[in-house]
Design a protein around this ligand. Structure first.
Ligand SMILES: [Zn+2]
Length: 203
């Protein structure tokens, strides 16, 4: 069927199919929408260009930030005084936890979890930055909110063991988060409860 498409559309379709959650049918639907509404295509192009030129990783926590200053909206919020650092896998986890409105501390995005089979090692994650922040930013508690997959468990205990001599508390969400599910699919109420009732990690 690809042979029927003009080459530029075939290549767009191929590019779209590489995006998460987009299969061949969704790719075709998007292409049809773009061609039917040139203003939609223009607005998506403009937004993508804007993101490419101005969105960067926050130099402190790893969330998304506009390039000027290099800090995100959470790191620059003076009202977030809880001396707790919540370690998450991806920026989208921050959005999920913020929806629950149960947390007023700071975040640290790890950028993944240890996964030797897929080649993700210590050096691929923002671990050095994490140790540095825990040493220098005066937290009393570190919450490890990396999810419930086996790789997340391994990473949680790896971090907890590394911090064994750190005087603060090391905790994780209370049970209630379905095994293997990403935080963004957990409803805000469940998330807020398991965050409020967080449990110490013993290593
Ligand atoms: Zn930040």
């Amino acid at each position: 069927m690809e042979a029927l498409l003009p080459p530029s559309l075939a290549s767009l379709k191929e590019a779209l199919e590489r995006l998460p959650g987009i299969g061949p049918r969704s790719a075709l639907r998007l292409i049809q929408a773009f061609l039917r509404k040139p203003e939609l295509l223009q607005s998506v192009l403009g937004s993508l260009q804007q993101v490419q030129t101005s969105v960067r990783m926050c130099r402190r926590c790893g969330f998304w930030a506009e390039s000027d200053g290099g800090l995100c909206i959470i790191c620059t919020d003076a009202g977030r005084e809880e001396p707790v650092l919540c370690v998450v896998k991806e920026p989208s986890d921050i959005l999920a936890i913020e929806r629950s409105q149960a947390f007023r501390g700071q975040y640290h995005v790890l950028g993944g979890v240890l996964d030797p089979l897929s080649g993700v090692q210590e050096k691929d994650l923002r671990l050095k930055e994490l140790w540095q922040r825990i040493r220098t930013e005066g937290y009393e508690e570190v919450v490890l909110a990396l999810g419930t997959s086996p790789e997340a468990e391994t990473t949680t205990y790896y971090i907890a063991r590394h911090l064994a001599d750190w005087p603060g508390r090391i905790t994780r969400f209370a049970s209630g988060i379905p095994v293997g599910s990403d935080l963004e699919y957990v409803d805000p109420l469940t998330l807020s409860r398991s965050l409020r009732e967080r449990q110490p990690i013993h290593v």
